[in-house]
Design a protein around this ligand. Structure first.
Ligand SMILES: Cc1ncc(C[n+]2csc(CCOP(=O)(O)OP(=O)(O)O)c2C)c(N)n1
Ligand SMILES: [Mg+2]
Length: 278
């Protein structure tokens, strides 16, 4: 899909804005917010339409700052809110709340419940023939919740071709590797077994993400599609990529300086995106 802003630059801007929020707060769910910055860039730069109004559901709600960064870059959230992540009275709670934050469409954070909302939203839009698409990002650890499979069964049964589920397969959850905590899934077989269309792709590659979404939207196969994004937790700052656990970090001095360095290096990207999304 053609886009005004380069997706890679958009992703860098997202990570820089997330970093600003975390620096102000002093802690945050950095790993899972950074691993989805690339897919968020592609979705917010090129796919989420205002008419018909598409839906975005961040089922892994602890990555809320990535969602807020996109809304900020689209001028829906004011600059002064960025330094108030999770503070008393903020419009940016740690997990998305549709009653608090302009632009947030679904409240999430209780893992498993976002995807359950997404299938309901997709079904309602299908019945009403609105033409709207629903994009839902789910964590790989989140798949531990049995409820996610009930939602996937429903999506398959109702042939929700207006729903695209994006699994952030970063191989890590809150307290370890997915393969140690739950099991080493073969996602392709798992989702194919549920009669869903499955695509496993490099999940931090904006070009491949864009091509995959484009081809799914061009395809009228009456199936719900699942994209398994092979990602790296903490992607974007090698310090966090290499950390054993970067799920939620209370930042020490070294970590704060890594974040500050990232912000400095990518301030231009933030300005450029903001200048082109007016
Ligand atoms: C129902 C529920 N149980 C537990 C939690 C606490 N929790 C927050 S994040 C997380 C791990 C999620 O792992 P994953 O989906 O892989 O997240 P990511 O790697 O994308 O950060 C857990 C257990 C929660 N938010 N909701
Ligand atoms: Mg994970």
């Amino acid at each position: 899909m053609t886009q005004q802003i380069n997706n890679r630059e958009y992703a860098a801007a997202i990570r820089a804005v997330i970093s600003k929020m975390f620096i102000a707060r002093g802690d945050g769910h950095i790993g899972g917010a950074f691993s989805i910055a690339d897919v968020m860039a592609v979705l917010f730069n090129s796919y989420l339409r205002d008419a018909p109004k598409d839906w975005f559901v961040l089922s892994k709600g602890h990555a809320g700052p990535a969602y807020y960064a996109c809304l900020y870059l689209q001028h829906k959230i004011p600059e002064e809110a960025i330094a108030t992540l999770n503070a008393n009275g903020t419009i940016l709670p740690s997990h998305p709340d549709r009653n608090l934050t302009p632009g947030v469409q679904c409240s999430t954070g209780s893992l498993g419940q976002g995807i359950s909302q997404a299938v309901g939203i997709a079904y309602a839009n299908k019945l009403k023939q609105t033409g709207a698409n629903v994009y839902c990002i789910v964590g790989d650890g989140e798949l531990n919740e049995g409820e996610t499979y009930e939602a996937l069964e429903f999506a398959s049964n109702k042939r929700l071709s207006n729903l695209i589920i994006l699994i952030d397969a970063n191989k890590k959850q809150v307290d370890g590797l997915i393969k140690d905590v739950s099991c080493d899934y073969d996602y392709q077989k798992l989702f194919q077994g549920l009669a869903l269309a499955v695509h496993k792709i490099p999940g931090n590659d904006v070009k491949v993400i864009d091509e995959t979404l484009s081809s799914i939207l061009a395809d009228n196969d009456e199936k719900c599609h699942v994209i398994v994004l092979d990602t790296i937790k903490g992607k974007g700052i090698s310090y966090f990529e290499n950390a054993e656990n970067c799920h939620h970090v209370t930042f020490n001095e070294t970590e704060l300086s890594e974040l500050t360095k990232y912000v400095k290096e990518n301030e231009g990207a933030v300005k450029h995106v903001l200048g082109n999304t007016k």
